[in-house]
Design a protein. Structure first.
Length: 167
């Protein structure tokens, strides 16, 4: 049980990192749609953190632990032409260095979370924890898909307009 609690604490730290990253991105971006999506990503990460905190309390007190509040609740989707930023944003992309960095950092955070949760899931025998980790992996993959799709949509335009390409 102590190993499970320690793993949950590490997961909480990862969720806090994601929360603060997305909250900061929502405060800095000038794009209204991106602000809302980054806030939603921050909200998701906070729900994950709260669920993990509930897990620690449940394990410490040897009581039942519910993960119902996070099942199927993510509002983030990679559907649509531009899942995070508005179409107008692309027209002003050459000066949007922070937003491009926010996407890159978000991708790294989501990839790291997925890898950590998969590794954690494979190392535990606790059925409830395995279920939670499966849900978290699915949710983090949704985040990752949206971020990667958005980055790919903007990459060529950003490089061209910011004159990163010699041609």
């Amino acid at each position: 049980m102590n190993k499970t609690i320690e793993l949950l604490k590490l997961a909480i730290m990862a969720e806090q990192d994601g929360y603060h990253h997305y909250l900061t991105a929502s405060a800095i971006t000038t794009d209204k749609k991106a602000r809302e999506v980054f806030k939603s990503l921050a909200h998701d990460e906070e729900l994950h953190r709260q669920t993990l905190l509930d897990g620690i309390a449940a394990y410490s007190q040897n009581r039942k632990w519910s993960i119902d509040k996070i099942k199927g609740r993510s509002k983030i989707s990679s559907s649509g032409k531009s899942p995070i930023f508005s179409d107008e944003f692309v027209k002003r992309i050459k000066d949007k260095h922070y937003e491009m960095s926010a996407l890159s950092i978000g991708i790294l955070l989501e990839q790291s979370s997925i890898e950590f949760y998969v590794k954690m899931k494979n190392s535990t025998k606790d059925v409830k924890l395995k279920t939670l980790l499966s849900v978290l992996v699915v949710w983090e993959k949704k985040h990752l898909e949206a971020l990667v799709k958005q980055q790919k949509l903007f990459m060529s335009a950003y490089w061209e307009k910011a004159r990163f390409q010699p041609f």
